[in-house]
Design a protein around this ligand. Structure first.
Ligand code: DON
Length: 587
């Protein structure tokens, strides 16, 4: 009988496990595990969450937070607020908020009923081929999957948000779109970050006349902080959705404009691709970590799978005793991360097309077998599989929001157009940017994508397939009740960012704002280095280097917007200070 590669790998992992390793693991397992935590709301911390008792919204843009909170105040539920925020962000934060991209949402009813995942990830157009990003000699053509019309997958956001609203909301699509249409038509006051983003990405964006016209002033300069920025074409596009439902995007004038844009520039998306787009209801990945039920996104995202896998490995270590961001903690975390990302490269892809050994990857037994391969004193060099360095490009951007209503219903949503401003291409006449999500496929097996992530056969381009993601909207339940709602942007760092907020709350007993603000680390197997944010002590770095790690300080990672519901039902909002426009508001 053929063995599944995962089984072979698990077997090898068990065999590699030395006597010394066994002893160490046996000893660590004897140490008392952390008991299920009391509420992580210690006073005396440096960071303090926003509190509320009836509703809480945490997003990456104040205006989106405000309009969503208003929906809650007016009696709407978490889904009404979420869809309103999703459309508002498409107006106020064009670098990642979108209707030209896709994403994932988790919905957790406050009454403890099953958590649902909505997959509205973009899909490859029907004319996509496995080698579409390679030249005749089989070499990857630089930037074809990033900055051309072929970079765009069929957008899923409008269908996904509409489906979520219909299943769990009380507002009409028209009502949920109203604040976004107003913000697009009447404009809004530009914050610093808006100007900075457009100035930074100018060279890439200004190549496309519709992008220049939509997002820059007539003289070509960026809108300045304090000025009012209006998007009349986008307002009309949103109005067509309000008037006609999703057909107002996937058919009719908007669809026509998208297809004309494609035809002018050798793009692949057709009227049929748009008409056929369907979001999917998925079963979220489920794991248990120190008595907490962890729910997160299943394929075509890799996020939930690897968060659960890493937690399973780490559960055998006394992380609280090791100490937050101590060398011992970071070493064990990095070793576990490496193992998970190596599996990601091999096994993960769209489960509508490939078989992914999800049960094995998320099982306690596999976590244990992998744990046994970790040496507590020494870093294991990453595999020899050759993979270039991640290509550098200006700060990428995705956006996450978390919302809880007065009934305890929770929404965790991450959506994206991949890079900041996606492909940089605006649909002429429709006023919105197209994603460049096709870069999340492996352009060629073994070649890294923009985040340095290696992909294999499981994630090759196929018509109608969804490209692999790292987005990880996550909801934790305790004793069947919604407890923590979280998620982040950050490309390949989404998984480790989300993981660390879970560890900070569950192991290190931090309040949610401290958990969000604390410096983070990241290892993704290849490149073989621990990336750290500023704020990890040089002594710790030296200890890690002594264990054989390469440690590199990079820019801030992620922007995790989180809400914790304590046992009294008080809501604690933690917005990530890594984005100057982030905000949590409750009432
Ligand atoms: O789906 C993914 O994993 C990526 N396209 C997400 C990109 C991202 O998070 C960029 N943001 N910081």
């Amino acid at each position: 009988m053929d063995r599944h590669p995962l089984q072979v790998r698990m077997k090898k992992a068990v065999l590699r496990h030395s006597l010394a390793g066994r002893l160490i693991v046996a000893l660590t397992l004897l140490l008392p595990l952390q008991p299920a935590q009391a509420d992580a709301i210690l006073e005396g911390e440096r960071h303090h969450p926003v509190k509320g008792s009836n509703g809480m919204v945490a997003t990456s843009h104040t205006l989106a937070t405000e309009v969503a909170l208003e929906v809650l105040r007016n009696g709407g539920n978490a889904m009404d607020a979420a869809v309103t925020a999703g459309f508002a962000l498409a107006v106020t934060q064009p670098r990642s908020g979108n209707i030209g991209g896709g994403g994932f949402m988790l919905y957790a009813p406050g009454n403890g009923e099953a958590i649902e995942a909505i997959d509205y990830r973009e899909k490859a157009p029907a004319a996509a081929t496995e080698t579409m990003f390679q030249d005749e000699d089989g070499n990857v053509v630089p930037n074809r999957s990033r900055f051309t019309h072929k970079a765009a997958g069929v957008p899923g956001t409008v269908a996904g948000l509409a489906m979520a609203l219909e299943r769990h909301g009380t507002l009409s699509l028209e009502q949920a779109l109203a604040p976004a249409i107003r913000l697009a038509r009447d404009g809004f006051t530009v914050p610093d970050r808006f100007t900075e983003g457009l100035e930074q990405a100018r060279d890439r964006l200004a190549r496309w006349p519709a992008t220049l016209e939509t997002f820059y002033k007539e003289d070509g300069s960026a809108w300045q902080p304090g000025e009012r920025f209006r998007q009349p074409e986008l307002a009309d596009t949103l109005q067509r959705i309000a008037d006609q439902g999703i057909e107002g995007f996937y058919e009719g004038k908007t669809a026509q404009l998208i297809v004309e844009e494609m035809e002018r520039h050798d793009g692949l998306i057709t009227l049929d691709d748009l008409k056929n787009y369907q979001p999917q209801i998925r079963q979220p990945v489920h794991g248990n970590y120190r008595g907490h039920d962890i729910y997160s996104m299943s394929p075509p995202s890799s996020g939930g799978t690897h968060i659960v896998q890493i937690l399973n490995i780490l559960e055998g270590y006394p992380l609280a005793e090791f100490g937050h961001n101590s060398a011992a903690s970071i070493h064990h975390m990095a070793e576990a991360m490496k193992l998970a990302y190596a599996d990601r490269a091999e096994f993960l892809g769209d489960t509508d097309f490939v078989e992914v050994p999800l049960e094995g990857l998320t099982s306690k037994a596999y976590g244990e077998a992998l744990r046994k391969t970790i040496n507590p004193d020494k870093a294991r060099p990453s595999s020899e599989i050759s993979a270039g360095n991640p290509s550098a490009y200006e700060s990428p951007e995705t956006t996450h929001f978390s919302i809880v209503d007065r009934w305890g219903n929770a929404v965790s949503n991450t959506y994206t157009i991949n890079f900041s401003y996606g492909s940089g291409i605006t649909v002429t006449g429709a006023g919105f940017l197209l994603n460049n999500e096709m870069d999340d496929f492996s352009a060629k097996p073994g070649e890294p994508n923009a985040y340095g992530l290696i992909g294999g056969e499981a994630n090759r381009v196929e018509p109608g397939k969804r490209m692999l993601s790292s987005m990880s909207p996550t909801i934790v339940r305790r004793d069947g009740r919604n407890y923590l709602v979280t998620g982040s942007p950050g490309g390949s760092r989404i998984i480790t960012t989300t993981l660390q907020v879970l560890l900070n709350v569950i192991d290190h007993n931090m309040n949610i704002q401290s958990a969000v603000s604390a410096p983070r680390i990241h290892h993704q197997w290849l490149p073989d280095e621990i990336r750290i944010e500023q704020g990890i002590s040089p002594d710790t770095v030296r200890l890690l280097e002594g264990k054989g790690h390469k440690v590199v300080t990079g820019s801030a990672m992620g922007a995790i917007q989180s809400i914790l519901i304590d046992s009294e039902g008080t809501l604690h909002g933690g917005a990530d200070p890594r984005r100057s426009t982030s905000s949590a508001m409750g009432y």
